[in-house]
Design a protein around this ligand. Structure first.
Ligand code: SF4
Ligand code: SF4
Ligand code: SF4
Length: 322
């Protein structure tokens, strides 16, 4: 189904849910104020439902906007639904408070990738048709397959169809789940090269916390990074403080990170946070046989314990780590 067709169906469902009182708010996307942007949109009045759109730029993870105790409908692609699964497991949300308007996803376009593909083009509008983006702004329109300008995380998506869904929109799409080729490629590099690469990524960080703000699983009422008593990590952009912030954040998300890539997409300086997040997701997958968000009934691996859990690191504290 076309983006316009999906937009109309989403608007219709939103209007109905608000009119019948099944939801106090519908969380979706509206057209952004500049091309290649769709922005989160919270609709509470059925007459505003027509603002809702669906297109190749609906990249944010909207689960971030769900609030405990507020009956909400949410337009959810695969990664939004995976975040909902984890938030319900953590009892931060009640599944019965949420109506999931599920949208199968073929990946979201990365404006930075489009800029690299068409250097100097001042994009004025983008249309979508049969997996192609038709881009206006030059002397004539240019086109590119959506597949060639996806966000990096969308190429590695573990589940593009919604994991949980109450109102399905459109036919399911083929799943791709390629596993962790990026993690394996990085792990195969010599240790020095890995260190240089991680330090180069961290050096770009300006501690703006956009990654934390965009992450649906960064839910602590009080973040360790803001604590002054005790101060777990310094607040400046000193390399050690930056590294400590990102390592601690990644560890806090181990087994919970749904690999949506929202943190990396929000980063204004282009820090590749997947170096840490996906490495931990890969380790959790290998050690505990699970991926966050894919199974409603599976316990969170680091919030549960079993005699079957890997324990050799406890029995052999001197074991050398890779
Ligand atoms: S991570 Fe998956 S579900 Fe999320 S936008 Fe990308 S392809 Fe779609
Ligand atoms: S850490 Fe990044 S990839 Fe993981 S859930 Fe949060 S925003 Fe998504
Ligand atoms: S969004 Fe980017 S620059 Fe800002 S704190 Fe996160 S990694 Fe650093």
């Amino acid at each position: 189904m076309s983006g316009a067709g999906l937009s109309a169906r989403i608007a219709e469902a939103a209007s109905r849910l608000l009119s019948e009182g099944s939801a106090e708010v519908v969380i979706g996307f509206e057209q952004g104020s500049i091309p290649m942007r769709a922005t989160p949109c919270l609709v509470t009045d059925p007459s505003d439902a027509g603002r809702l759109v669906w297109n190749a730029f609906c990249a944010n993870n909207l689960a971030k906007y769900l609030e405990p105790g507020r009956k909400a409908a949410i337009v959810a692609k695969g990664c939004d639904s995976r975040a909902i699964v984890e938030l319900v497991k953590e009892r931060r949300l009640k599944r019965s408070d949420i109506v999931v308007i599920g949208v199968p996803c073929t990946g979201m376009a990365d404006p930075r990738a489009i800029a690299r593909r068409f250097p100097g083009l001042r994009v004025t509008a983008v249309e979508e048709s049969d997996g192609m983006l038709v881009i206006h702004g030059g002397p004539g329109p240019v086109s590119v397959p959506l597949d060639e300008v996806l966000h990096a995380g969308c190429r590695l998506c573990a589940k593009r169809n919604p994991v949980v869904c109450d109102i399905p929109m459109g036919d399911p799409v083929a799943e791709i789940d390629p596993g962790f080729p990026d993690v394996e490629a990085f792990a195969s590099l010599p240790a020095d090269e890995r260190r240089v690469r991680v330090e180069a990524e961290m050096a770009k960080c300006i501690r703006c916390y956009a990654c934390r703000s965009a992450c649906p699983l960064c839910t602590c009422a009080s973040c360790f990074a803001d604590s002054s008593q005790p101060q777990w990590v310094g607040r400046g952009a000193h390399p050690e403080d930056v590294m400590a912030f990102h390592v601690m954040r990644a560890m806090h998300l181990a087994g919970r990170c749904v690999e949506c890539g929202a943190c990396a997409r929000a980063c204004p300086t282009g820090v590749d946070l997947s170096i840490l997040n996906r490495r931990l997701a890969s380790d959790v997958s290998e050690l505990f046989g699970c991926r966050a968000g894919l199974d409603e009934n599976a316990p969170q691996p680091l919030a549960a314990s079993s005699m079957e859990d890997p324990q050799d690191f406890i029995l052999d504290p001197g074991r050398k780590q890779e």
